[in-house]
Design a protein around this ligand. Structure first.
Ligand code: NAD
Length: 281
């Protein structure tokens, strides 16, 4: 018995890295999988059918079922075609993993609009478009489904040189929370993972010069599987972080704060004087 027996899953950006590990694990757990990937470079330039085709072959060689899709998540027509590929091949959609992503790092002062748009388009707009297309299909099937987004420590906490990427990933957090609220009635859960793994996206980071095989995409895939399976039927709107053997969560907290009498207006000086009490968790 697999955790995804009888389910149809779409994984975007599944031609390599974390998405590939998710696709292989989902197929091993019984899902019929749409392996989507444009096959571009790390910065999103170019396209190639080979990475998605190769993962489909790997799944089939292991006895699983999969089809490839080469559309970009960042275009409305592409997102509709990605969902359409699942319906055409397997008749329905049960799980969507929004994983596709690119990097164009530059400091804020040097980030031009082209760098901003490219990264926000793939991560944030792509997650919105695929979520909307898949959720519409899930609703048309009578409801029920799992959406797993991919955010990042960069979006949750910020990171030097990644204003475009961090803003997109923080946007994915807000989208996850809102979609979780809106789709709850339809029994569609919407959660996110915040992974850290050695892939082509991160391999030149200093931490991965020594991390070796302790933080791989295969360490991350079970978190997506959990959120994509019925083990997670009662949990929505969460961010599950996974880095090697570490599993934790990100939460936005509202502090207890400090309240004045109802209707009273704070002065800037009072805010300064009460700062520690206001921000205390
Ligand atoms: P990766 O570059 O190996 O994988 C990303 C995949 O997305 C690539 O195969 C790429 O071709 C595909 N892709 C890019 N643009 C696309 C588009 N428009 N449409 C469809 N596919 C597209 O990198 P990865 O590390 O496996 O990243 C996977 C996800 O995890 C990304 O969203 C990334 O931001 C996120 N993430 C990774 C890490 C990490 O430590 N590796 C950390 C935080 C978040």
């Amino acid at each position: 018995m697999g955790l995804l027996d009888g389910k149809v899953a779409i994984i975007t950006g599944a031609g390599g890295g974390i998405g590939r590990a998710e696709a292989l694990l989902f197929a091993r757990e019984g899902a019929r999988v749409v392996v989507n990937d444009v096959g571009g470079a790390r910065d999103g330039v170019g396209s190639d059918d080979a990475p998605a085709r190769k993962v489909v072959e790997e799944i089939r060689a292991a006895g699983g079922e999969a089809v490839a899709s080469f559309d970009s998540v960042a275009s409305p027509e592409g997102a509709v075609r990605i969902v359409g590929a699942a319906v055409e091949a397997f008749g329905r959609v049960d799980v969507l993993v929004n994983n596709a992503g690119i990097l164009r790092d530059k400091t804020l002062l040097k980030t031009d609009v082209a760098l901003w748009d490219a990264v926000v388009d793939v991560h944030l707009k792509g997650t919105f478009l695929c979520t909307q297309a898949a959720a519409r299909q899930m609703v048309s099937q009578g409801g029920g489904g799992r959406i797993v987004n991919t955010t990042s420590v960069s979006g949750m906490l910020g990171n030097f040189g990644q204003s475009n990427y961090a803003a997109a990933k923080a946007g994915i957090y807000g989208l996850t929370r809102t979609a979780a609220i809106e789709l709850q009635k339809q029994r569609i859960t919407v959660n996110a993972i915040a992974p850290i793994a050695k892939t082509r996206m991160t391999e030149d980071l200093p931490m991965f010069q020594s991390a070796g095989d302790t933080m791989t995409p295969e360490h991350v895939a079970p978190a997506a599987l959990f959120l994509g399976s019925d083990l997670c039927a009662d949990r929505t709107g969460h961010v599950l972080a996974v880095a090697g053997s570490q599993m934790y969560a990100y939460k936005v907290v509202q502090t207890h704060g400090k309240f004045k009498d109802e209707g009273a207006v704070w002065t800037a000086q009072e805010i300064a004087e009460n700062w520690d009490a206001i921000i205390k968790v």
